[in-house]
Design a protein around this ligand. Structure first.
Ligand SMILES: Nc1ncnc2c1ncn2[C@@H]1O[C@H](COP(=O)(O)OP(=O)(O)OP(=O)(O)O)[C@@H](O)[C@H]1O
Ligand SMILES: [Mg+2]
Length: 608
């Protein structure tokens, strides 16, 4: 290739040289001039050749770079047009057509089958161990998939699917993957029948629309939460039912509803999750979890004899040192006698008492200090009856200042009465026999911020409780945004499945098959629920389905807890309409996307 390029370059250079030569010969008068001209022309030719060849080397250099970057190399055809030669083409993995579809579906199915056993109130948990031995036990679909370290590209799409459901809705992250897995499984059967993937994707789209609209017809509206909180608590209980926290099911649901209602803006129908904080502390029981309407700080009063609670607290929030003035190392102070030393001590004490008085004069009865103060100062504070908290971190100081409506005071001399923060009560929480203490600042003037304080036997339980409560908080928020609900336990899926298969009969094109498969795939959710509860899945589903049709009752679902009633309204198994709709739409989108890929190439090591 190089020689080819070089010969082209030589040809071009000769042409240039001839051009220069002929220009000058036109004007030459004698041979001497001609000779001189030839020399000039040759020099010019050399100069241009050097320039031209250096540009060729530039091109070659770029081509080599390109080769290194892309695994291909750049070449030119006889017209100078560049093209790329990809080496080792035979070593690349490539799948096309039906092979590609099958391989994708297999990958997606295996991810869905892992997570399928976690669905429902009797779904099982998964334990994930990180390379450094950290253990996570969870039932949350999004968390399981996120921690699963999936390599396959299509499997990653399913991980992202459950992540989107988590971001959008917060709950239903397992259900959405189970549904997507089932849709792809059914698509495989259709592909085997010889139906084109695009027709399948179209059929799924049509079916999803029917199901989406059908949900609207079977949904119910909730009453205003300001009047009756009970239905909201029931919905939160459905969400928490499948989690480890279901031991104190009702209490957790109440905490979630109270937390959301405390911060909800009912006019705008929105909830700011920034105002809901979750703190956990190992120890105690899950039942000891509580909702604190205020701020929780992992600190205690600086002296054990200081009061454990301060009512009508007025807080001086200091980010400057609050201690007797000390001689710093850069000062030189000669103390030559005991008397001098005593005087110095006396002076320090006097000065600090003056500072304490200054704080008390502003009306403060509690000092929150970012810096520490030594034991001597601590003792003096106790003597002067000014409770104080030391070493409070920067972000916590800010949170306290915002919550109590106080100002952070960076210089002691700036402290005034208007800058104090106020709170109804500041109290210390103590835990069992441990010396751990925390400070609770409640009835704050300025904020609706709440903290859910989770207790549990170990870190794993606390983390899982946080995830579960997050699901419940999201569900309540969704209900405040859109108060329509459908019934769970697979009831809405069965009802949609019936509606879709009815609609399929009316379609005369080939999409009919895809719609029927969609209806079958919807049944995978009740099937999985029954299977995970130890029931005979097909029998149970057949019975419930026939009852739904005969009784025209879309509330009938799988009685997972074997309470003896299939009516999910009676069992209070409630889900939000937004969640079900999001599940449907997200699952269909991913299936369509996967069905549209018919050619994959991966580098030798790539997983396909
Ligand atoms: N008591 C119950 N009886 C019957 N079905 C129930 C009951 N409680 C919950 N379900 C059903 O269980 C399913 C929810 O299970 P689960 O919470 O494990 O998964 P998810 O909500 O899809 O995902 P995740 O909660 O992990 O984000 C829903 O279909 C819901 O209707
Ligand atoms: Mg759930």
């Amino acid at each position: 290739m190089v020689s080819q390029i070089y010969s082209t370059a030589l040809q071009k250079s000769l042409a240039i040289a001839t051009g220069i030569f002929s220009q000058h010969t036109l004007r030459c008068e004698n041979w001497l001039t001609l000779l001189a001209l030839i020399t000039i022309s040759i020099k010019e030719f050399e100069r241009r050749l050097v320039r031209f060849s250096s540009s060729i080397f530039l091109v070659l250099g770029a081509a080599i770079n390109f080769k290194m970057a892309s695994g291909g190399s750049l070449a030119f055809d006889e017209y100078g047009r560049p093209f790329i030669i990809i080496k080792d083409q035979d070593q690349k993995k490539r799948l096309t057509g039906i092979e590609a579809h099958k391989s994708h579906i297999l990958a997606a199915k295996s991810v869905a089958s892992i997570i399928r056993t976690s669905l429902g109130p009797k779904g099982l948990d998964k334990m994930m161990v990180t390379p450094d031995g950290e253990v996570t036990v969870t039932n949350d679909g999004a968390t399981i998939l996120k921690m699963m370290d999936v390599d396959h590209q299509i499997a990653k799409l399913l991980v992202q699917l459950s992540q989107s459901q988590d971001d959008e809705i917060g709950d239903g992250t397992t259900g959405v993957v189970v549904l997507a897995g089932a849709l792809l499984e059914k698509a495989e059967e259709l592909l085997d029948k010889g139906i084109h993937p695009i027709r399948i994707a179209d059929g799924y789209e049509m079916a999803a629309k029917v199901a989406y609209d059908h949900l609207e017809t079977i949904c119910e509206k909730f009453p205003d939460p300001r009047k009756n909180l009970e239905p909201f608590i029931q919905t939160a209980m459905t969400t928490l039912g499948s989690k480890i926290v279901n031991r104190c099911h009702r209490k957790m649901a109440e905490i979630a509803v109270d937390a959301v209602m405390a911060v909800a803006d009912m006019e705008r129908r929105d909830v700011d999750f920034e105002l809901v904080k979750m703190e956990g502390k190992v120890g105690g029981k899950l039942e000891d979890t509580m909702l604190i309407k205020g701020v929780l700080v992992d600190k205690d009063m600086s002296h054990p004899q200081m009061p454990k609670s301060v009512k009508d607290a007025k807080m001086a929030i200091l980010t400057c040192a609050f201690e007797p003035p000390k001689p710093k190392t850069k000062h030189k102070l000669d103390v030559t006698s005991v008397a001098d030393y005593k005087k110095l001590r006396e002076y320090e004490k006097e000065k600090f008492e003056e500072m304490v008085k200054q704080v008390k004069d502003t009306g403060a009865n509690l000092v929150i200090c970012q810096w520490g103060f030594d034991d001597e100062a601590n003792h003096l504070l106790l003597k002067n009856e000014l409770p104080a908290v030391r070493w409070v971190g920067g972000p916590e100081i800010e949170l306290i200042a915002i919550a109590t409506g106080g100002r952070i005071v960076p210089r002691f001399s700036d402290l005034t009465a208007e800058k104090l923060g106020t709170a109804g009560i500041v109290r210390e929480l103590s835990f069992g026999t441990t010396k751990d203490r925390m400070l609770v600042i409640e009835e704050c003037k300025n904020t609706r911020a709440v903290t859910i304080f989770i207790r549990g036997g170990n870190k794993m339980i606390i983390e899982e409780a946080k995830r579960s409560l997050h699901d419940a908080l999201c569900v309540i928020r969704n209900l405040i945004k859109d108060d329509r609900i459908v019934y769970g336990g697979g009831a809405s899926e069965i009802s949609c499945s019936i509606a879709v298969s009815r609609a399929a009969d009316k379609i005369s094109t080939i999409e009919q098959y895809a719609m029927r498969s969609f209806a079958d795939a919807l049944e995978s959710v009740p099937l999985a629920l029954a299977e995970n509860s130890g029931l005979a899945p097909i029998n149970t589903l057949a019975e419930v389905k026939s009852r739904q049709v005969n009784e025209n009752n879309p509330r009938l679902g799988i009685d997972c807890l074997e309470k003896g009633d299939n009516d999910m309204k009676v069992q209070h198994v409630i889900e939000t309409l937004t969640s079900k709709r999001a599940q449907l739409m997200l699952a269909v989108q991913v299936c369509k996307m996967i069905l549209k890929i018919d050619d994959i190439r991966a580098d030798g090591g790539g997983d396909m």
